[in-house]
Design a protein around this ligand. Structure first.
Ligand code: CIZ
Length: 320
């Protein structure tokens, strides 16, 4: 079991040499480091902004830095490039991908669209630029409910690529959609019986789970929400301890935002917590290298940028 006691009770940590070098390189390059909630603590501590895909997309659009170093996974860095084609976007590890992205082939999505010519395609941001090009609107786990709720009720919707997020939206809005058969290989590791047992052992402690979890797991949770909403839920709650069922690195962000509270990582498939190997590929060493060498760079064809920008902008417009 992994329990994270209140951060305020721990002595303040000194920056490591590598963290200091990252801060120096960032300054020298006039770079901004954008880090997802799921990357390691050492990177979160030196990032200019830590957040979810929606927050990171907004930051990517607003930055006046020359270089964006994106610690996350490839589709997030691609989104930053799509929003800033003129800027240099570098990543610590170009092989940091996403199972949801792998499970949605653009040719198959084009074939499904052809079968449903009147349908709007709403794609979770966890997809490739090629899938974004085929989409009408992008959503994140933080705004999926609002985006789908804003679509006229008689309009058919293809929701891709996460069937779990999609079925959660269906349930919450009482609206059927055509769901793509994709899933996050990490979040499906949670099992309802294991979490029920864990909850019994931690009586009265609220369990938060991410909507990428399968329905039986969501049904055990006290709150199903995106990573950013986990922060607001814990901030507003009178409870002082929470069980968190999402990628364990999220707890670093929760602790920094809420230093008085205790967080317990939910067990997954017999392991004490859930990890994402793609997110863990972002190491401080690789972040420093990409800032020093301005490589690996994210490159996308101008046509792809033009087509994929449209549904992302629609999302940003709809979630103001
Ligand atoms: O939207 C995101 O960034 C992801 C992948 C999860 C979340 O809920 O923030």
């Amino acid at each position: 079991m992994q329990i994270f006691p209140p951060l305020k009770d721990e002595p303040k940590r000194e920056l490591t040499d590598i963290q200091k070098k990252i801060l120096e390189a960032k300054k020298r390059r006039n770079a901004v480091v954008l880090a997802h909630n799921y990357v390691c603590r050492q990177i979160q501590e030196v990032a200019d902004f830590v957040g979810d895909s929606l927050g990171l997309s907004r930051q990517a659009r607003e930055t006046d830095a020359d270089v964006i170093a994106f610690a996350g996974v490839d589709f997030m860095a691609e989104t930053a490039k799509i929003l800033n084609p003129q800027k240099t976007v570098v990543v610590p590890d170009p092989n940091a991908g996403c199972s949801l992205e792998e499970l949605c082939n653009p040719a198959d999505l084009a074939a499904l669209k052809a079968k449903h010519p009147g349908a709007l395609v709403v794609s979770y941001i966890n997809c490739s630029a090629a899938v974004k090009e085929l989409s009408d609107i992008i959503c994140t786990s933080g705004n999926a409910l609002d985006i789908v709720a804003a679509i006229p009720p008689d309009r058919e919707i293809i929701f891709c690529p996460d069937k779990n997020l999609g079925s959660w939206v269906e349930e919450k809005l009482g609206r059927k959609m055509i769901l793509w058969d994709g899933y996050c290989k990490s979040h499906v590791e949670y099992a309802a019986p294991e979490l029920e047992k864990f909850k019994r052992e931690h009586k009265g402690v609220p369990l938060l789970c991410h909507p990428e979890c399968p329905k039986p797991v969501r049904d055990v949770a006290d709150c199903v929400c995106s990573t950013e909403k986990m922060i607001s839920f814990c901030r507003q709650s009178g409870a002082d301890t929470f069980i968190v069922a999402t990628v364990a690195e999220m707890i670093h962000r929760l602790r920094r935002e809420l230093p008085d509270k205790t967080f317990i990582a939910a067990p997954a498939a017999g392991n004490p917590c859930l990890r994402c190997s793609h997110m863990l590929a972002n190491t401080p060493e690789k972040l420093l290298d990409c800032l020093e060498n301005l490589s690996p760079k994210v490159e996308l064809a101008p046509e792809v940028i033009k087509n994929a920008l449209r549904p992302i902008e629609r999302m940003l417009e709809m979630s103001k």
